[in-house]
Design a protein. Structure first.
Length: 133
């Protein structure tokens, strides 16, 4: 599931099957949901069943690939992606080149997820340049 952006309809399909199994014993047709799906997706310590939201899981996979491409030295894939798309190691790319592959476009969509979880570590400030950064 982590090799490209998957349409929402495909991500919703397993959840639809999970719901049918929980509320109707796996048989198709109409059923009554007794608990909100979001509550079932909570962890067991929070009172849910620990089920996974497929859309969130997919975004996490894409974000993981973007972080690996931006920061990893041990991955041959990451080094080749950085070289192909001129990404400076340690920086999350801000734009996607026009001739980028469908896979890289899909991974780059996770930029907002990664950016929301990043923060600067300034240290003593000697390596920070206001003009460059």
């Amino acid at each position: 599931m982590s090799n490209g952006w998957v349409p929402k309809s495909i991500l919703d399909s397993p959840e639809k099957e999970f719901r049918a199994f929980l509320w109707n014993g796996g048989e198709s047709g109409m059923y009554l949901s007794l608990i909100q799906w979001e509550k079932l997706c909570l962890g067991t310590k929070e009172g849910g069943l620990g089920l996974r939201n497929m859309a969130s899981l997919h975004k996490a996979f894409m974000a993981k690939l973007l972080v690996r491409a931006s920061f990893s030295d041990s991955s041959i894939w990451a080094r080749s992606v950085r070289k192909k798309y001129n990404i400076i190691k340690g920086n999350i790319p801000t734009s996607v080149p026009a001739g980028a592959s469908w896979a890289w476009k899909a991974i780059a969509k996770a930029k907002e997820v990664v950016s929301s979880g990043c923060q600067w570590a300034l240290g003593n400030g000697r390596l920070i340049s206001v003009a460059k950064n």
